[in-house]
Design a binder for this molecule. Sequence first.
Ligand code: TYM
Length: 347
Amino acid sequence: MTSTMADSVSTTPVNQRPRVLSGIQPTADSFQIGNYLGAIRRWVELQETHDAFYCVVDQHAITVDYDPQILRHRTLLSFAQLIAAGLDPHRATIFVQSHVPEHSQLSWVLQCLTGFGEAGRMTQFKDKSAKEGAERSTVGLFTYPILQAADILIYQANGVPVGEDQRQHLELTRDLAQRFNSRFGETFVVPEALIVADTAKILDLADPTAKMSKSSPSGCLFLLEDERVLTKKIKTAVTDSGRDIVFDREAKPGVSNLLSLIAAFTERTPEQVATDLQGRGYGDLKAAAIDAVLSFTSPFAAAVADLMADPAELTRLMDLGARRAREAAAPTLAAVYDRVGFVGLPD
Ligand code: TYM
């Protein structure tokens, strides 16, 4: 029986569309613009052409200090934001990670294939543990990228749409898939990172040498933030010396970041936006950025508020996603358990 289950794992999803999976942490009261432009916007496009799986990774969110009540609220809010951003629960499988126990079950097996030194080389772990201090850092923070690998591999995903900062975790995922396949036989699809070059890294408005991140709130635009706060953050964004509006990431990182933002929301290239603003000053550049950002965030915030007003419907949608996700994850876990030598039981 077990060998039939193992054979049933197909590297091509049943409906023949290539499969994608991605995830986002519910670690803030709102997604930020980097999450949206670097990842979620692409997820919305991919649901048309791919068999798409997207999850709110609440288990990753407990690897650092957190409050249970706040986590619960942020998980609901994250789910609502994914739908408000344009994901359709009937076209894509949208779910919460902890509703699908197969992720952590596979994660354990993958942990037993990962070298201690290999996990220690992950830069996100090094950065976060340096901030927390070695004694306060959890083992969960250390094994975080292995759970991420399990999130992806359990669905046999062909592609993983993420921002540039996730590249190293994707490399680990690919290494683990290849290692498992060569040790135990072909089991996993080796996934590709899908990174959109133009918006792969949205930079911090107050420090355009760093990526935009919630850990530096003054330079970070949160999608659900008050319009006055968003306006103020853009008005005080760091620009570069000189007066010319040109797209040059090296020489003019601040101006180029604003041009990328405007371009992303107005379906133009940053170079086109620069040409359209020829002869104008930095004040006009910022006014255009404010218009571009608010034209997206205002209707977005209204849609999130509507969804949050109906928690029963949100729960129903989460349940739908969890059922579909578990159905897709189960055959992979069965094959893995069989191949690593766990004794199976009759159904
Ligand atoms: P997270 O929650 O930090 O971010 C979610 C997505 O947003 C992208 N992103 C950015 N893109 C461009 N510019 C920025 N400034 C920026 N900030 C964030 C991230 O690259 C990411 O795609 N480890 C993941 C969550 C995760 C996951 C997964 C992702 C868990 N399991 C499986 C893919 C597949 C993370 O912390 O993302």
